[in-house]
Design a binder for this molecule. Structure first.
Ligand code: MN
Length: 453
């Protein structure tokens, strides 16, 4: 099914009973996020009456959270089995379909155009106690390389500063590079920040591609047709035509202000930094726009980034270890630091080669468990069973010290730390022998309701 807007997707999950509505007042300060977090692995939640310290009393813009919380949803959206999600995203990156520009009249995101902007009109939640204020967490940012004009698409946390300014946190990646190159010429960097998008577009924004690669091409490939973009009112950068809300602005050169702390994916606060500031020049939106938020350090945040990272790792691992069938970033490692590799190995050594490639593919990966094809790699308990029964610590675990890891890992100074590989595969040829799992012909078929009185 080609779902190309947040609204279409909400209609689908509503029908399936997976969208819950909250009609009572819910405070934007902490309460909304606490409710969403509690529901986060089960339900999307539409908060119809957010109230907040800085929100006008008659402001009734709803907030939606948890719209992308399961691999099963992505599997349905993309028409591939769960185990092939990373493959599918990998293929999309190899075969991108360029976006198309549509007239402003055809873009629902242009139904309302606000030139005298006030960011306090947006229901932006405050997430965690130590956070330094309210943060936009689901804003998809588009900018152009000042040198080449090529587009980049990425998500960055943005701190609400005042009516017209957002702080923006950029890791040293593509957007940061654009900004610094504009700044060298004393020029602002124009951006659009789109809020309220469908899951496929959100997923595409997360791929790790080389500089100069337009991530929107991945969305096109996943849809099967080019993503529709619309021109800005005040900036020379486009935004998705079906967005709920588009914020236009420019990153001011030579300005840094304190941003954060902010509760990040490892479930710790990332410290205050001196970060760039976006001056907002225009906001356009749909009539009755829905504000979307991603709850930090909850399943939606974890999963969105995980599938994109898995596709990159899979690509690199398959080059040296083609017998790797699938891999997944496990929930126990915040879907960043723990990787499970499922391999149909033909010799016992290739398991370690696969693990070396995986470590090289992404510094965030800290611990890897390799399992055989009879282990459910998405089930942490099954993976631990393999560790319990197919692994001897003195023989099957290796540790590499002093490698680059995540700078957000508080146990690794500057992110430099150890990598651990755990080979929980049985010896080649033994799965039908001494490592054969117990089985029953009815396995996987029993519906208890059909048996109980
Ligand atoms: Mn990029």
């Amino acid at each position: 099914m080609a779902i190309k807007s947040l609204r279409e997707w909400l209609a689908v999950i509503d029908k399936e009973g997976k969208l819950k509505r909250v009609s009572r007042d819910v405070k934007l300060e902490y309460e909304l996020i606490a409710v969403a977090k509690k529901a986060s692995s089960k339900y999307a939640v539409l908060f119809e009456r957010p109230v907040g310290d800085t929100l006008r009393e008659d402001n009734r813009m709803p907030v939606v959270a948890n719209t992308m919380v399961s691999r099963e949803d992505f599997s349905k959206l993309l028409g591939v089995p769960v185990i092939e999600l990373a493959d599918c995203l990998m293929r999309a990156q190899d075969n991108p379909i360029a976006p198309v520009i549509v007239d402003k009249e055809k873009s629902p995101a242009k139904e309302v155009v606000i030139k005298d902007v006030n960011l306090y009109d947006l229901p932006i939640p405050v997430n965690h106690l130590g956070d330094n204020g309210a943060f936009v967490t689901a804003g998809v940012i588009v900018a152009r390389d000042p040198a080449t004009g090529k587009r980049n698409v990425s998500i960055h946390r943005m701190q609400l500063r005042d009516e017209k300014h957002l702080g923006i946190f950029m890791l040293p990646k593509h957007l940061d590079e654009f900004q610094r190159s504009a700044e060298k010429q004393n020029r602002p960097l124009e951006v659009t920040v789109s809020i309220g998008l469908d899951p496929i577009l959100m997923l595409a924004s997360q791929v790790t591609a080389p500089l100069g690669f337009d991530e929107f091409g991945v969305a096109g490939a996943l849809y099967g047709s080019g993503l529709e973009l619309v021109a800005g009112e005040t900036v020379g950068v486009e935004a998705p035509a079906n967005a709920e809300i588009i914020i236009e602005g420019k990153i001011i050169p030579h300005v840094r202000e304190s941003e954060g702390p902010f509760g990040e994916y490892p479930q710790y606060y990332s410290p205050q930094t001196q970060s760039q500031v976006v001056e907002v020049t225009c906001i356009t939106m749909r009539r009755e726009a829905i504000y979307q938020t991603v709850v930090p350090a909850a399943e939606e945040h974890f999963l969105l980034g995980a599938i994109a990272r898995e596709s990159r790792t899979l690509k690199m691992v398959r080059e040296v270890a083609p017998n790797v069938r699938a891999l997944q970033l496990g929930i126990g490692g915040n879907r960043r630091s723990h990787l499970v590799i499922q391999i149909d190995k033909k010799n016992d050594g290739e398991v370690r080669n696969a693990m070396f490639a995986a470590f090289s593919s992404n510094p965030e990966i800290k611990h890897i468990v390799a399992v055989d094809t009879d282990v459910d790699l998405f089930n942490s308990i099954d993976v631990l069973w393999a560790v319990a029964t197919r692994c001897q610590a003195d023989r099957d675990i290796f540790i590499v010290p002093g490698a680059q890891g995540s700078t957000m890992d508080p146990s690794a100074p500057e992110g430099v730390g150890a990598k651990m590989g755990i080979d929980a595969t049985a010896p080649v040829g033994s799965l039908e022998d001494e490592f054969k799992r117990i089985e029953n012909p009815y396995d996987g078929e029993i519906e208890l309701e059909e048996y109980f009185n």
